[in-house]
Design a protein around this ligand. Structure first.
Ligand SMILES: Cc1ncc(COP(=O)(O)O)c(C=O)c1O
Length: 430
């Protein structure tokens, strides 16, 4: 079906395409979803998810693919990932709880996270993961104690900070020496020694995550070369090592240029891994779900002011935070092609912040109240970053498969928003 159609302009997948001027997701017309479920609404395509998993598998046939749950932690999407043979990359006890709540196994899950609370370490060890990613030395005694309590040594991968510039936005760079993530190579030797001395810990791999939205393969190659050089520095550093986790960060196009060439990343790193007998682990988040989702929003009105034409819509920074947080640019397209001439507008939401915009200086046809716009490539770090700022309810989410759409998250209710604030029953007097 959708494979024969061209992706709609700005989209990275043919799952979102036009038929006679109307945007469709697979075999469902988008206006029908707005009528049935309301707006703002996240719409995901099951076919697009499957295509992306296949693309990663094609490039990394032997890898353990661990979906980065933070990108979109919807339980139905997690179940879909599992059905596609994918494990999980977790960064919090809450994400672990989500996978467990979805009824999914954790044997193909890894657990990173730059600051872990003791209960998170205990829960992760009890869950029996593929391995646990150590990011700081202070985790070691807690991990060892949890291993001793469980009676099984904990399999750990050391997250290294190789000081590689991933060429991405400063807020999503994680592999440079000034970032808080991982352990600097200069210090990592001591941590390997400490792990080797601890009978309840077992070093099984190294982990590097350079950042998000990388467009080039070169940083992955540089990182693996630096890790290999580190490992060659002492015999102990390679003992028992079975995995190299090269992290996520596989970038998508967002309507500009090309997505990361995942095959080029594989070509750059796999020879080193194969030569050492290390199995690759990859942790893509955005690449699997980003293009597979859109945020559907309805026009509230227009407002020319101060030299700009503001197009006010019913989705805001609380629904999709990326433009406000990272100056991220998502393509925004009309759901139904307009007839009139295009003009330049700022697409803004109802939140009381000047930073509340979905797109600036966008060319769009004239819109009337109720017209629908689609913010493309919004499946990753959209719903999972949504908040209740301005006491707004988080949006509903639907998953499309062929000609069916299933509500996978209901729109939040005001009762849910207020539930923790009514009738406080505990008073603390100091
Ligand atoms: C440890 C780790 N792995 C994987 C990812 C996923 O990144 P992306 O969605 O860019 O693939 C992240 C994102 O922050 C991360 O911190």
């Amino acid at each position: 079906m959708q494979a024969r159609r061209a992706p709609c302009a700005g989209s990275g997948t043919a799952a979102f395409h036009r038929r006679e001027g109307v945007l469709w997701c697979e075999d469902v017309p988008i206006p029908a979803l707005a009528r049935r479920f309301g707006t703002p609404l996240y719409v995901y395509s099951g076919a697009a998810l499957a295509e992306r998993v296949q693309a990663v598998r094609g490039a990394f046939p032997d890898a353990v693919v661990c979906y980065a749950v933070k990108a979109n932690s919807n339980l139905t999407l997690l179940r879909r990932m599992h059905a596609l043979g994918v494990g999980f990359d977790l960064v919090s006890g809450g994400e672990l709880r989500r996978v467990q709540a979805a009824g999914l196994p954790t044997s193909q899950a890894v657990f990173a996270g730059v600051g872990k609370e003791p209960w998170e370490i205990e829960a992760a060890v009890a869950a029996g993961l593929l391995f646990f990613n150590v990011e700081s030395e202070h985790e070691l005694p807690l991990l060892a104690a949890a291993g001793r309590a469980s009676g099984t040594p904990v399999r750990v991968a050391l997250r290294l900070n190789p000081d590689v510039d991933a060429g991405t936005h400063a807020y999503i760079s994680t592999g440079k020496k000034e970032n808080k993530f991982g352990i600097a190579l200069g210090r990592a030797g001591q941590v390997v020694d400490a792990i080797a001395r601890e009978p309840w810990l077992q070093l099984c791999g190294y982990h590097v995550h350079l950042g998000s939205q990388l467009r080039e393969a070169a940083p992955y190659a540089e990182a693996v070369a630096r890790v290999a050089a580190f490992v060659d520095g002492a015999k102990q550093r390679s003992a028992g090592v079975t995995h190299y986790d090269l992290g996520g960060g596989f970038g998508i196009a967002y309507g500009q240029g090309a997505a990361l060439d995942v095959g080029a990343v594989a070509a750059a790193v796999l020879p080193t891994l194969r030569a050492r007998g290390w199995r690759p682990v990859v942790e893509p988040g955005r690449f699997l779900v980003g293009d597979a989702g859109i945020l559907l929003t309805a026009v509230l009105g227009e407002k020319p002011q101060g030299g700009s034409d503001f197009l006010l819509v019913d989705a805001a920074m609380n629904d999709l935070m990326r433009p406000a947080l990272y100056q991220a640019e998502h393509p925004i397209v009309p759901v139904v092609d307009g007839n009139g001439p295009e003009r330049v507008v700022d697409v803004v939401g109802p939140v009381c912040e000047t930073g509340d915009f979905l797109g600036k200086r966008r060319s769009l046809p004239n819109c009337a109240r109720g017209d629908l716009l689609a913010v493309l490539a919004a499946g990753a770090y959209g719903a999972s970053m949504a908040s209740n700022y301005n006491t707004r309810r988080r949006p509903a989410e639907v998953l499309v498969d062929g000609n069916t759409a299933v509500l996978v998250r209901a729109r939040e209710t005001f009762e849910q928003l207020l539930a923790n604030e009514v009738d406080p029953d505990e008073t603390f007097v100091a």
